[in-house]
Design a protein around this ligand. Structure first.
Ligand code: HEC
Ligand code: HEC
Length: 495
């Protein structure tokens, strides 16, 4: 594939949809990744009834404890709390799931090497395994490999494209004999927010020192720091009907609630059609397998059937990188990660179970849940969805799930803006983060860290960073009496 095809594949924005404006309710996007069994009218009526918001907060809703329906796993408090396969994963897929886990945890090495099945890393790369960023299948943290820096420049046509020298991502590692693209330093400025009831919270504002080794980025270059999100429940997020998401979108804020919500629509590299973006902090990728293939390429420098070039994110300018030895193997389709290996990684990535809720009937948690509803958090963090019924079943088929996201983009204000558009997402918009598993972040990762760049050290800090469309909801949290704020946090920790 030449550079322009590579660029298009990685930077695939549905140009026609961009011109036409935002897609919204009533429109349809194709879902070639799923074998959808259409819903009968009767079934839709039942689903609409189940999805009604609660009116009684004195007890939990039916099935609320099962965050991922039949795919829910037990909330066992150990480091592997995010690492178990979905409870309903069929027996005959469990071996492939474990093979997928081995690929996810595998430490790749430089090529040539005696371990032919594990070579081909880089030449430029960010980490040696998927698992070094998605720690214990959970999220990554600022100050570790789990945070990466995206980069782009204006394409002169109103859009953006990868940087001509550095590509789409700055790589802080390189094979021996080559110079990594940069080293990262993070500085934090501390500020304090006063809360009602005499409380206060400290917020830290990150700034990034880029020690660039291949020349300055130049005028107009834009960067975005991102931490790896948790890997749980992704097959379920992939199976929420696009219509459901588009019905929640309100691009012009027609209902005047101050919350718009827009869908990112991207051209799928795998299917070549416009699809709903669901994955990544700006919802830039439509499927789990496409996101996983993009990670092999950009983060590890490994070729897959979808992105078959061996040099990962190296640009035409970086010829030494492009011509370095690689791990492409004739016995593996000439690739470093062949279709079989890619298949098991995708299976693994789709089927990590979501732990059950904690304290679901505890009065303080129920009070917090009520505050979550009345404060307007549910305007974006949509509590529950019913996934598509899929032909042939599968762990994601027809489940009532509680991810607390609309998968839409929202303007979150200046404080969180990265100023770097991504697909249809502007430099102020982020995808509503799913909140399931929120109370288990430290359990899996050994530390806390929230928001797209891990700046928030506690859940409360994450909430206090909300601005833009989420400003009014944040203000309610600031103004709450301390015992209400504690109840809201108890609810969030129970997810
Ligand atoms: C350098 C750290 C890093 C490595 C290595 C890495 N990831 Fe990620 N991963 C990220 C970041 C950062 C994001 C969010 C990307 C964005 O916002 O566009 C992400 C997002 C994802 C998502 C989407 C999750 C969601 O909720 O949106 C999946 C799936 C994923 N990665 C799978 C993988 C797989 C599979 C591998 C190994 C082939 C891998 N990742 C390797 C950092 C990493
Ligand atoms: C206008 C939409 C919107 C509203 C309203 C909103 N949020 Fe969010 N929330 C988001 C988005 C978008 C993100 C991701 C922001 C980022 O990563 O920078 C997020 C992130 C979070 C996170 C961090 C999640 C993580 O994984 O790091 C928490 C916690 C959270 N929200 C709680 C709340 C609570 C509590 C409320 C109500 C007081 C609320 N949100 C209201 C859109 C919203």
């Amino acid at each position: 594939m030449d550079m322009s095809a590579q660029k298009k594949a990685r930077w695939g924005v549905a140009a026609s949809l961009l011109c036409a404006g935002w897609v919204s309710a009533g429109e349809k996007l194709s879902e070639p990744h799923l074998n959808v069994v259409p819903r009968a009218t009767q079934e839709q009526v039942r689903i609409d009834a189940i999805l009604q918001p609660p009116t009684d907060f004195s007890k939990p809703e039916v099935f609320e404890v099962l965050s991922a329906g039949a795919a829910t796993v037990s909330r066992r408090m150990d480091g592997q709390v995010f690492s178990r396969h979905a409870e309903n994963l069929p027996e005959n897929q469990r071996l492939d799931f474990e093979l997928g886990r081995a690929m996810f945890e595998k430490l790749w090495v430089a090529s040539p090497s005696s371990t032919r099945a594990s070579d081909g890393l880089g030449p430029f790369y960010h980490a040696r395994s998927c698992g070094s960023c998605h720690v214990n299948d959970g999220r990554g943290f600022a100050g570790t490999d789990g945070l990466l820096i995206r980069v782009s420049v204006p394409d002169g046509d109103g859009g953006t494209m990868p940087h001509p020298t550095y590509g789409g991502q700055l790589q802080h590692k390189a094979l021996s004999g080559m110079q990594a693209e940069f080293q990262l330093g993070i500085r934090y400025d501390e500020g304090s927010v006063a809360l009602a009831g005499g409380e206060s919270a400290d917020l830290r504002v990150p700034s990034y020192d880029l020690d660039l080794r291949q020349g300055p980025l130049g005028d107009g270059a834009m960067i975005s720091a991102r931490v790896a999100p948790a890997m749980i429940g992704l097959g379920l997020l992939e199976a929420i009907p696009s219509e459901t998401i588009l019905a929640l979108a309100d691009p012009e804020d027609a209902n005047n609630d101050g919350i718009s919500g827009r869908a990112n629509v991207v051209t799928s590299a795998e299917y070549g059609v416009p699809m709903l973006g669901r994955f990544g902090h700006k919802a830039t990728l439509p499927t789990v397998s496409e996101q996983a293939a993009a990670a092999f390429s950009a983060d590890l420098g490994l070729s897959t059937p979808l992105f078959p070039w061996h040099w990962g994110d190296c640009t035409e300018v970086q010829q030494d990188c492009r011509t370095a030895p690689h791990g492409g193997d004739p016995e593996r389709e000439g690739l470093e990660v062949d279709s079989r290996a890619m298949g098991v990684v995708a299976l693994y990535s789709r089927n990590l179970g979501v732990p059950a809720r904690a304290r679901v009937d505890d009065p303080e948690v129920l009070r917090g849940k009520e505050l979550f509803h009345v404060s307007g958090c549910v305007g974006c963090h949509t509590p529950k969805h019913v996934t598509h019924r899929l032909d042939g079943g599968g762990t994601g088929s027809f489940q009532l799930i509680w991810p607390y996201t609309d998968l839409l983009l929202h303007d979150m204000g200046d404080g969180l803006a990265d100023g770097r558009p991504d697909g249809l997402a502007t430099g102020r918009e982020w995808r509503t983060a799913p909140l399931w598993g929120l109370g288990l972040v430290a359990q899996a990762g050994g530390q806390q860290g929230y928001l797209h760049d891990g700046r928030a050290r506690t859940v409360l800090e994450a909430v206090l960073w909300h601005g833009g469309e989420a400003g009014p909801a944040k203000e309610k949290v600031v103004a709450m009496p301390p015992e209400d704020r504690a109840a809201l946090l108890a609810f969030l920790e129970s997810l």
